[in-house]
Design a protein around this ligand. Structure first.
Ligand SMILES: [Zn+2]
Ligand SMILES: [Zn+2]
Length: 249
């Protein structure tokens, strides 16, 4: 499997980095994971979206889903629309996206996408990749995603705090793509909505991740500082997600 970073900017995009978005590929199977602002253009840089097998969206926060609208228009408003692209997301995402479009019965979005509503816990087979959504710990209902193919695994945390039962669901993974929105020591109410880099390192160590890729670092933080903080708790080299890079798993 390969994970390509389309965008990794936390909370909002920067001039050179779209917000959260990744492409997971295995053989001829391609899955677009999260669609943060700027990511549809980044996707066009690496593939023809007509060849996508599925889109998975973690949650309704705009930094993770707004380019789903760009994809919807690109699929729909063309001479020969593409129909039935698999979309896996929770009810909250689907309701908010449809609400924004004021989509009633027989709306074009129901033709563009073959919608699979998930609240986590089940498995989906898309081409050569198995996808397992996992309920995370965030201010909106959020799914993390475990991707497995040929005995290799990637887990993407999306946005999450350390609470809930998700850490027990992840298991040992070859690559943990973990959010690290904050630096320093977590303090006060509300810090459970996101992770510090040190917490990301702790979690990677606890679940037995082989490699840790930090993501969702906001543009106003120094990435190298986050990497160093995560390395102190992980005890190994940590990588930061850089747009345009691909990680072989
Ligand atoms: Zn976010
Ligand atoms: Zn969020």
């Amino acid at each position: 499997m390969q994970l390509s970073v389309l965008g990794s900017s936390g909370t909002y995009p920067s001039q050179t980095n779209p917000a959260s978005s990744y492409l997971i590929t295995h053989g001829s199977t391609s899955i677009w994971c999260d669609a943060g602002p700027g990511s549809f253009q980044a996707l066009l840089d690496v593939m023809n979206p007509d060849d996508l097998d599925a889109v998975v969206i973690s949650h309704r926060h705009p930094d993770h889903c707004t380019d789903l609208f760009a994809a919807f228009h690109a699929l729909t408003y063309r001479p020969r629309p593409i129909e039935g692209l698999t979309l896996i997301a929770n009810r909250s995402v689907i309701d908010h996206v449809k609400g924004f479009l004021d989509a009633g019965h027989d709306h074009a979005i129901d033709r563009a996408f073959d919608i699979h509503v998930s609240e986590g816990g089940e498995r989906h087979r898309v081409g050569g990749i198995e996808i397992e959504p996992v309920e995370m710990d965030h201010s909106a209902p959020t799914l993390g995603f475990r991707f497995a193919a040929d005995g290799r695994t990637i887990f993407y945390t999306a946005d999450t705090g350390p609470g809930g039962s998700w850490q027990a669901s992840v298991g040992a993974v070859d690559l943990l793509v973990c959010e690290a929105t904050m630096q320093g020591t977590p303090s006060g109410e509300g810090s459970g909505l996101h992770l510090t880099a040190a917490q990301a390192g702790e979690i990677a160590s606890r679940i037995g991740a082989t490699r840790l890729l930090l993501t969702h670092i906001p543009p106003h933080l120094e990435t190298l500082m986050s990497v160093r903080e995560a390395e102190t708790t992980f005890g190994r080299t940590v990588m930061a997600a850089v747009p345009g890079t691909t990680h072989e798993v």
